[in-house]
Design a protein around this ligand. Structure first.
Ligand SMILES: Nc1ncnc2c1ncn2[C@@H]1O[C@H](COP(=O)(O)OP(=O)(O)OP(=O)(O)O)[C@@H](O)[C@H]1O
Length: 259
């Protein structure tokens, strides 16, 4: 159901991932891959298992089955911080920023370990130009330079969401898993966010995007995987997903059954 034969060379390869809560099977043997440079969407109606999938994938919840490989190496049994260190970093639905720290300081905290590496690297390679550290890079990508010295309470909801994304980027991920990054953004903010997101592969960052904003997902993703009741029901290009009858039925069914 992943839309391509199993093989090597994927950045992320998830095989038959299973996540349960007691007797509830939230993720029922879901397989999915992300290749280098791809923006892949993971969508599904409310309660389909999207967040549980990300939690199981990144080690926030125990996996009851399946395997996760990243850059050809197994992530099975790794703690969340070790997964992030490998370059697989996630954002959360609710952005928990440090209110008494500025935007810049929030990013510095996120990038603490990489910055230590940066300092050591700078000692060895003093010619490295100033200002291209990980925090500045994340700020630049999320266009947060103008608010770098503001506090989170002074920002709009959309800007706070962007700081959450920048915090993930400041860790220099190879792949960022975004859990509903556009929730609460207005149309204009969502469009701007989509443009920034689309630029990430050009900076060496691939993306797995979970979001309810279908306009955003359909416009920025190379491929989309759709789950419902914990199972993959479709995968393909945005055009294929738009026309897929199982997807249409799941979302139309969702209007009656889930809201
Ligand atoms: N802590 C929990 N305890 C028990 N069941 C849970 C728990 N969290 C989620 N579930 C159940 O697992 C299933 C998948 O939920 P999940 O939150 O992963 O779906 P989702 O697709 O992310 O939904 P949404 O789009 O609403 O965020 C649902 O049936 C949900 O009720």
């Amino acid at each position: 159901m992943t839309g391509r034969p199993a093989g090597v060379g994927q950045l992320l390869e998830v095989t038959d991932l299973r996540v349960t809560y007691g007797g509830v099977v939230a993720v029922d043997d879901v397989s999915l891959h992300v290749a280098e440079g791809e923006v892949v969407g993971l969508i599904g109606p409310n309660g389909a298992g999207k967040s549980s999938f990300i939690d199981g994938l990144t080690g926030y919840l125990p996996r009851r089955g399946g395997h996760v490989e990243f850059e050809g190496r197994s992530l099975d049994g790794l703690a969340t911080y070790a997964v992030a260190r490998r370059g697989l970093v996630r954002t959360f639905q609710s952005v928990e920023l440090f209110d008494d720290l500025t935007v810049e300081e929030n990013l510095l905290v996120a990038a603490e370990r990489p910055r230590l590496v940066t300092m050591l690297r700078d000692l060895v390679l003093p010619s490295r130009p100033e200002g291209v550290d990980d925090v500045a890079w994340a700020r630049m990508l999320c266009e947060l330079d103008d608010v770098a010295h503001r506090y989170p309470q002074e920002l709009s909801h959309g800007q706070r969401k962007l700081v959450g994304v920048a915090r993930a980027l400041a860790q220099r991920p190879r792949l960022v898993l975004m859990d509903e990054p556009a929730a609460g953004l207005d149309t204009e903010e969502s469009l701007a966010f989509g443009r920034r997101l689309r630029s990430l592969p050009g900076h060496g960052v691939s993306v797995l995007l979970v979001d309810h904003d279908m306009g955003l997902v359909l416009s920025v993703c190379d491929r989309i995987v759709v789950i419902d009741f914990g199972k993959v029901i479709a995968s393909g290009t945005p055009e294929e997903i738009r026309a897929d009858e199982a997807v249409i039925a799941a979302y139309l069914g969702g209007v009656d059954a889930r809201h």
